[in-house]
Design a protein around this ligand. Structure first.
Ligand SMILES: *Cc1c(COP(=O)(O)O)cnc(C)c1O
Length: 453
């Protein structure tokens, strides 16, 4: 493509677009990356440069891009019906997908309520939990427990159970208050994994002992807290949290938006510890990362609390225009079919071991503090001083600089503060992972140890 073509698009981009999670003043000073097409695990910009999709287009992509089976599912469905509402009526792919999801989900989850993003799925889980108690006359059970540094999406309800100060504090005056317990962050806890786990469970137990009559639900990112920096829970923690909630009659909401659909090596992170939540939110990888479909899964017990004569006013009055979109549901069904046909969960585990072995090359580097991994969710925490674990100052923008260097070398990802994220498409081959990790390692070494460090 000609330079003028790029310049024209770049100027229009800066003139008309406002990007999410982006300081536009920085962005408009840079040469924007403008993606035109994709093939497998590579994205191509309008100038023809190729980049590995090292973050699965923000944690969505499963089988790679431009996959014939997934494309066909969408075009086949397009010839039938692009959209029709789920308000009071159904469509074929929405029904078929719901059955499939119930078969795959942890036991006890028997109903599917669709929406169109992780945030709306969380919003629905929160409102369902609240109204579940309300419909049974428990009007005092209306608050929520969340975890320190939690991220559940960007709508107001989801932000109310969010706990990342940089994103959420500005909105605090307009949010409902939530209880916050510590997330077990072993690397930054003085007593390591055991101490971090104990602190979390003690805080939860204490809170439930004193306040459970006013708590509707606990919401958690199971096993891996994503946006806070890919922080992996010590073993057994999730299971014990779920047991405590059951014991104190507080609903357990699992936000599997990031962890669901094989990302951690199990279909859902809850499966890793045999946890069956009362409500489970899924999104991101649900459609293979192709189209915006999310869902909130509920137990019969929750569903039954809304099931009544109309006059009782127990209906769940919530919905979105594109709830249960047939194109999205059709591609989700096709994606789940590929999961089975290609034994993708086995591939994820093999890929995860490969990545783990390969990342050993970074463990001794002077600014690599901790390498965290669960399945194909990887976070590399960079530190100014390895021995004291002193973090880089946020003004150093160390994560941003590493990912900019990676982009120059042909790999796309986004940092989370001082944590470099590696979340490749699940179906990447070992050769592709090898090439991606070489770039990632070179970028970390160039930026933290090179002349400009
Ligand atoms: C991405 C994410 C969300 C929000 O999903 P959107 O589709 O971006 O609204 C919610 N929860 C978790 C754990 C996530 O990672």
């Amino acid at each position: 493509m000609s330079l003028q073509y790029y310049e024209r698009l770049s100027n229009k981009n800066k003139a008309y677009l406002w990007h999410p999670f982006t300081q536009m003043k920085d962005y408009n000073r840079s040469d924007p990356l403008i993606i035109e097409r994709a093939e497998g695990v590579r994205l191509f910009d309008v100038q023809g440069n190729a980049y590995f999709d090292g973050f699965s287009s923000v944690w969505l992509n499963v089988h790679g891009h431009n996959i014939p089976e997934l494309n066909k599912a969408i075009t086949d469905q397009l010839g039938q019906l692009a959209h029709s509402t789920l308000l009071g009526m159904a469509n074929v792919p929405a029904i078929e997908l719901a059955e499939k999801l119930i078969q795959l989900a942890p036991s006890g989850l028997n109903k599917v309520f669709y929406s169109d993003s992780g945030a709306t799925g969380v919003e629905i889980a929160i409102k369902m939990a609240f109204q579940y108690w309300h419909n049974q006359g428990c009007h005092q059970k209306k608050s929520f427990i969340t975890m320190n540094q939690a991220y559940h999406g960007d709508t107001i309800g989801a932000v109310s159970v969010g706990a990342i100060p940089l994103y959420h504090d500005v909105f605090r005056p307009m949010l409902f208050p939530s209880h916050t317990i510590p997330y077990p962050y072993a690397y930054r806890h003085k007593d390591g994994a055991a101490g971090a786990k104990e602190a979390t469970l003690t805080a939860l137990r204490t809170l439930l002992e004193t306040r459970s009559e006013e708590v509707a639900a606990l919401i958690v990112e199971p096993i891996v807290q994503g946006a806070s920096g890919i922080i992996v829970m010590p073993p057994g923690c999730l299971r014990e949290m779920a047991l405590l909630c059951r014991q104190y009659d507080v609903l357990f909401i699992a936000d599997e938006v990031a962890t669901g659909f094989g990302r951690t090596g199990a279909m859902f992170a809850c499966d890793l510890e045999g946890v069956s939540p009362d409500l489970m939110v899924i999104g991101k990888g649900l459609t293979g990362g192709y189209l915006p479909v999310a869902a909130t899964l509920a137990t019969d017990e929750i569903y039954d609390a809304f099931y009544a004569d109309y006059e009782e006013q127990k209906t769940f009055f919530h919905g979105h225009s594109f709830t249960g979109n047939p194109l999205g549901c059709a591609v989700a069904i096709a994606s789940l079919k590929l999961f089975e046909e290609r034994n993708l969960l086995t591939t994820v585990r093999t890929n995860a071991s490969f990545v783990e072995r390969k990342l050993h090359m970074l463990t001794e580097r002077p600014h690599v503090g901790e390498i965290r991994q669960k399945g194909l969710m990887i976070g590399i925490e960079l530190v100014r001083d390895k021995a004291s674990r002193e973090p880089y100052d946020w003004a150093d923008r160390i994560g941003v600089r590493v990912t900019m260097r990676a982009r120059e070398l042909g790999l796309l990802t986004r940092p989370l503060g001082n944590v470099v994220v590696f979340i490749p498409p699940l179906a990447s081959t070992s050769d592709e992972l090898d090439a991606m990790l070489d770039i990632l390692a070179d970028s970390i070494i160039d930026v933290t140890e090179g002349d400009a460090a």
